[in-house]
Ligand binder design. Structure first.
Ligand code: FES
Length: 141
């Protein structure tokens, strides 16, 4: 292999290996993922201001699906659940005073850990990890 052929071979190899990285770095999908994703799979579902306004943050179309995040009275601890009642699917609401999720359809009640406190529901609400970073509320499915 002469010098010119070697340089051409190295140049084509460099271009072939760099091009996918350059395209991915400029992709709008990558930029969107960075704006809603945090390390460890946490995704933004709303702002702290939204959470503080009503002591709860409901996002039916978040990146992790429908999620209800609440601040418990025990300080800054967050509780995040799928708000669909496990009895028949009605959306549960957060009762600040009693610190539990209550279903308006048939009266099931769930604790901050999603466990059933009162039937007719027999299965717990699906729970998620939640945290605050800066002004964002993040949930990990
Ligand atoms: S749908 Fe929630 S208790 Fe029946």
């Amino acid at each position: 292999m002469n010098r010119r052929a070697f340089i051409n071979w190295v140049g084509v190899g460099w271009l072939a290996s760099s091009l996918p990285v350059a395209i991915a770095a400029c992709s709008p999908v990558t930029m969107q993922a960075e704006s809603t994703t945090n390390k460890g799979g946490f995704k933004s579902v709303g702002t702290v201001a939204q959470l503080d306004k009503d002591s709860q943050l409901l996002n039916k179309n978040s990146p992790v699906g429908a999620v209800l995040v609440v601040r418990t009275s025990s300080g800054s601890k967050l509780s995040a659940v799928n708000p669909s009642c496990t009895h028949a699917g009605c959306p549960v609401g957060w009762q600040v005073k009693s610190q539990k999720f209550v279903c308006p359809c048939h009266g099931s009640e769930f604790g901050t850990d999603g466990k059933v406190l009162k039937g007719p529901a027999s299965k717990p609400l699906k729970t998620y990890q939640a945290k605050i970073e800066g002004s964002s509320v993040l949930v990990n499915r």
